[in-house]
Design a protein around this ligand. Structure first.
Ligand SMILES: [Zn+2]
Length: 111
């Protein structure tokens, strides 16, 4: 399985005009997805941040991405890659927080 095949299973619209570019070539994933999946690298380190175990904050961190994504989808405005990266990073961190919240809950249920 090549790197391209592996990345093809990741859901993303893959529009080159919405992707970050390296030396003029667009990355395989869009700017938002690159930031979301890239933020998953933070998952093990986030465990030690006290606020990380807050589900409300984790859900709140999804709002910027939802607002940016849907207002663009509804053609109210056009986003840009800087906003896509920032909102994707916040969303990815929030998703990591949800994983830790679920892990804490599971640990509590099993103990
Ligand atoms: Zn994407």
């Amino acid at each position: 399985m090549s790197k391209g095949d592996l990345l093809s299973i990741i859901p993303c619209h893959r529009r080159p005009e919405r992707s970050l570019k390296i030396k003029g070539r667009p990355l395989v994933l869009c700017a938002r997805c690159t930031a979301i999946y890239g933020s998953y690298i933070l998952l093990p380190f986030l465990y030690f941040v006290p606020l990380v175990h807050n589900l409300f904050l984790a859900l709140f961190l999804q709002l910027p991405m939802l607002i940016d994504g849907f207002t663009q989808k509804w053609k109210w405005r056009e986003s840009n890659n800087t906003l896509r990266v920032i909102t994707g990073l916040l969303s990815g961190i929030g998703q990591c927080m949800m994983i830790w919240y679920a892990a804490d809950l599971l640990k509590e249920l099993l103990s």
